[in-house]
Write a protein that binds this ligand. Structure first.
Ligand code: GCB
Length: 675
C-alpha cells in the first residue's frame, strides 16, 4: 500500500534509507516501522532498603524531556536511537531527536501537570541527564528509582540496564560495571499507557500520572553490603525479631543490631543464603498515635553499616476487635490520594506529605487509608513521626485480568516491593491487596496468592482488601425497606406510594415491617482470607440513583427517604472479624450550599446519616470516609462542577474546607471516636 503510492525516484532513496535502518536494527527481520522492544534485565527482587542512611548522589532536579507519542525512539527503530545522547557531528548529519533542544522537566514529579498540553497524555516519554561520580571509591553503585509510572527502561551510557513494569514502587540496579568517571549518559524511557492486562488497568478513578514521579539517586555501597533488614516487635511486647538480607557476604559473617538509646545490641551471623536472623529482648516505649516514639536502629557488618529511626508496636485482631500494643483501638480514619494540597499533580516530597497528613490530623484522625496504590516512601516516614496509623494498598482495582500470568507477576512484584520498602514503618498496620473486585474463582486464586505473599514477607501486620457488597442483592433489600418506610412517610407523592405498595406486594411474606431495621451482611468469601473485613458502601450517594432508575420513583424522594432509613441500617459481616468501612462519601462542590446533590449540605447530611449507621454496627471498628481532598479523575468530566475532579473531598484542591469536614471532626471528638 505504502510503497505503491510513492514515485520511482523517491522509492530508490527510500529503499537505501530503509536498508541502512534495517542494518542498524541489528539484523532484526522486523519491519523498520515496527515499534521495537528492547531486552533488559529485571531489577533484583530484593528491594534495597534503608537508603536514607546511605551515601547517595541525588539525581533529582532538572532533566531533559522528549515526548514520543509514536514510540519511535526505541533503539533500532527507523527514527530511533533516543537511548543515547547524540549531537550532530556537522550540519549534514540527520538526527531525528535532540536532547540539547529538549524541554526541561523537574524530577521527581509527574509530567502531566508540568506541561499543559500533556495533562491527558498517556504514552512514551524520554528523560535524559548527565552526571559525574567519584569512582575512586571502592564498592558498588546502584541506580535507585523510588518509582516510575508505569513501564520503564533505563539506559546508562547506551546500555539497556533495566526494565521494570508496574509503577509506584522502588527498584534499583547495580550499574557499577557501566559507569564512567565523567559525563554518564542516563536516559530513561517511561510509558504511562495502561491496558486490560496492566496493574492497574486503564480505567481508574484517579489520574494515571506518568513519568519519574519519585526520587532518583545513585546509591553507593561497599562490595559486600546489607541490602535490607526487617525489625519487628513480637506480640509479647518485649522481644525484637527480624532478619538482615546481605549481598556478597559468605556464611558466618557477623552482623550486629543495636539500639544505642537503650544500650541494647545483639550479634548474629549470616547463613548460606546471606540472611542473618536475630531475636533479642528489649524494653521499649511502644509506638502509638499518642506516643509516636522512634528509636535509632543501627545494623552493622564488618564491611557495611545502615541505620534508621524506627517505632515498635504490635497490631492484632481477636474476634471483632482490633488491638494496638494489646489495647483495643478503633481506626478513626480518612482516605487520601497521593496529591498535594494547593498544587496539581503527584505529591512527591516529604513536605507534600507533611502538609497532606497534617490536614488529615486536623480532623482528629488516628488512621489514614493511603488509597489506591503505594505512595512515595516519604508518606510512611511522615506518618511514623506524626503518629498516624496507615493502610497501604496496591493498585489491584476494579477490573483486573485475573487469568493472565504476567498480570499476576506484576501484581506480586508490586506487593513484594511495597512490603519490603515499608516493613519497618510502625505507622503501617494494614496491607491491602485489592479494591472493589467482584467475586469469581480466578479472582479468589489471584488474591489468595497475593495474601500468602504478604504473609510470607511480613506476618506482623493485618491484611485486608476493600470489598464490594453483593450489590444486586443489597439493592433489592434496600428497595423493600425504602418502600415500607416510604409508605409511612410524607415525602413520597401518592403515585410514588402506589409504586411502593406494589414493591411490598411483590415481596409478599418477605416484606419488612414499617420502621423496622435493616441488616446488611457482607458475605464475600474473600472475608475468610483477610484479617480485617473492609467494605466500601455508598448509601446516600450512588445507590439512590440506581433505585430511582429502577423503580420510577423520583431521585429526590429516594434520596430523602434513604437519609431517613440509614440510621436504621446495621452493617455486619458473616465472619467473626472486625469490620472496617473503607469508603463512604458524597460529592460536593466547595461553596455550593442549599438543597440537592453536590451541595456541601447534602454531603454533610450523608455523613451524619452514615455515622448513625456506623454507631449502630458493633462489628465496625474503623472507617476511612472517601476522601480528604478533591482529586483529579478522568472519569469526572461534568463541566462547572467536576471539571475532571472527583468532588467527594472534605476539602477542595486548594484546601478550602467543606461543611462535612467539621461534621466528621465533631464525630471523631465524640463517644464513638473515644472508645
Ligand atoms: C469507589 C472507589 C474510589 C472512587 C469512589 C467514588 O468505590 O474505590 O476509587 O473514587 O468510589 O468516588 O466513586
Amino acid at each position: 500500500m505504502f510503497l505503491r503510492r510513492v514515485t520511482p525516484s523517491v522509492f530508490l532513496i527510500l529503499i537505501t534509507f530503509l536498508c541502512s535502518a534495517v542494518l542498524a536494527a541489528e539484523d532484526s527481520d522486523q519491519s523498520p516501522f515496527a515499534v521495537l522492544s528492547v531486552d533488559a534485565p529485571r531489577p533484583s527482587q530484593h528491594v534495597m532498603g534503608w537508603v536514607d542512611s546511605r551515601e547517595v548522589l541525588s539525581l533529582n532536579g532538572s532533566w531533559k524531556f522528549l515526548v514520543d507519542p509514536m514510540q519511535v525512539g526505541t533503539p533500532g527503530s527507523l527514527f530511533g536511537g533516543w537511548a543515547t545522547t547524540r549531537v550532530p557531528e556537522d550540519e549534514y548529519q540527520l538526527l531525528e531527536y535532540s536532547y540539547a533542544n529538549a524541554a526541561d522537566i523537574r524530577v521527581p514529579g509527574d509530567f502531566n501537570t508540568q506541561f499543559d498540553e500533556l495533562l491527558y497524555y498517556r504514552d512514551t516519554v524520554w528523560y535524559q541527564r548527565h552526571f559525574d561520580i567519584d569512582l575512586s571509591k571502592q564498592g558498588r553503585y546502584h541506580l535507585w528509582f523510588g518509582g516510575a509510572n508505569y513501564k520503564t527502561t533505563v539506559y546508562l551510557n547506551g546500555q539497556a540496564v533495566a526494565h521494570q513494569s508496574g509503577g509506584y514502587v522502588p527498584f534499583s540496579i547495580d550499574v557499577t560495571d557501566y559507569l564512567l568517571l565523567k559525563d554518564n549518559d542516563l536516559i530513561v524511557q517511561v510509558n504511562n499507557r495502561l491496558d486490560a492486562d496492566t496493574v492497574p488497568t486503564e480505567r481508574t478513578d484517579w489520574w494515571p500520572y506518568g513519568g519519574l514521579t519519585r526520587d532518583v539517586m545513585l546509591v553507593h555501597t561497599p562490595e559486600a553490603y546489607i541490602v535490607n533488614a526487617s525489625v519487628q516487635l513480637d506480640d509479647d511486647l518485649s522481644t525484637v525479631a527480624g532478619h538482615v538480607q546481605t549481598y556478597g557476604m559468605s556464611a558466618g559473617e557477623e552482623v550486629v543490631i543495636s539500639l544505642p538509646e537503650i544500650d541494647v545490641s545483639a550479634i548474629t551471623q549470616t547463613d548460606d543464603s546471606g540472611v542473618a536472623r536475630f531475636k533479642f529482648e528489649a524494653s521499649l516505649d511502644q509506638w502509638s498515635p499518642s506516643n509516636p516514639k522512634l528509636y535509632e536502629v543501627q545494623i552493622a557488618s564488618d564491611s557495611d553499616q545502615i541505620s534508621d529511626r524506627l517505632g515498635f508496636r504490635t497490631i492484632a485482631v481477636e474476634g471483632t476487635q482490633i488491638f494496638l500494643n494489646g489495647e483495643p483501638i478503633r481506626f478513626r480514619g480518612i482516605s487520601t490520594h497521593e496529591e498535594p494540597i494547593g498544587r496539581d499533580g503527584v505529591a512527591y516530597s516529604r513536605a507534600d506529605m507533611d502538609a497532606l497528613f497534617g490536614e488529615a490530623k486536623q480532623l482528629g484522625v488516628n488512621f489514614v487509608r493511603a488509597a489506591h496504590y503505594p505512595y512515595s516512601r516519604h508518606a510512611a516516614k511522615a506518618a511514623d513521626e506524626m503518629g498516624l496509623l496507615l493502610w497501604e494498598e496496591v493498585p489491584i482495582y476494579w477490573n483486573i485480568n485475573w487469568e493472565n500470568p504476567e498480570t499476576l507477576r506484576i501484581a506480586r512484584d508490586q506487593v513484594a516491593r511495597l512490603v519490603q520498602r515499608d516493613w519497618n514503618r510502625a505507622s503501617v498496620v494494614v496491607w491491602s491487596v485489592a479494591n472493589e473486585t467482584t467475586y469469581s474463582e480466578p479472582r479468589m486464586a489471584f488474591l489468595n496468592r497475593l495474601i500468602q505473599d504478604v504473609r510470607e514477607l511480613d506476618d506482623t501486620r493485618l491484611v485486608s482488601a476493600a470489598l464490594l457488597g453483593d450489590t444486586r442483592r443489597e439493592l433489592q433489600h434496600v428497595v423493600t425497606y425504602l418502600a415500607a418506610n416510604g409508605l409511612a412517610s410524607d415525602i413520597p407523592s401518592d403515585r410514588e406510594k402506589r409504586i411502593f405498595q406494589q414493591v411490598i406486594n411483590a415481596a409478599g411474606d418477605n416484606a419488612p415491617r414499617r420502621n423496622s431495621s435493616f441488616n446488611l451482611l457482607i458475605t464475600d468469601p474473600l472475608g475468610e482470607l483477610v484479617d480485617l473485613v473492609s467494605y466500601n458502601e455508598y448509601f446516600g450517594w450512588y445507590y439512590s440513583r440506581f433505585i430511582a432508575d429502577q423503580t420510577g420513583v423520583s431521585e429526590r424522594t429516594i434520596r430523602l427517604l434513604m437519609l431517613e432509613l440509614m440510621p436504621k441500617v446495621t452493617l455486619a459481616s458473616a465472619f467473626d472479624k472486625p469490620m472496617f468501612i473503607s469508603e463512604f462519601g458524597a460529592g460536593a462542590k466547595a461553596g455550593k450550599r442549599g438543597e440537592g446533590v453536590r451541595t456541601e449540605d447534602y454531603q454533610a447530611n450523608v455523613y451524619r446519616a452514615q455515622f448513625e449507621m456506623i454507631a449502630n454496627s458493633p462489628q465496625v471498628q474503623g472507617m476511612t470516609p472517601w476522601i480528604l481532598k478533591d482529586f483529579r479523575a478522568m472519569l469526572r468530566s461534568l463541566g462547572g462542577v467536576q471539571d475532571f475532579r472527583n468532588r467527594k473531598g472534605l476539602i477542595d484542591e486548594n484546601g478550602r474546607r467543606k461543611q462535612a469536614f467539621y461534621v466528621l471532626r465533631d464525630f471523631y471528638a465524640g463517644d464513638w471516636g473515644r472508645q
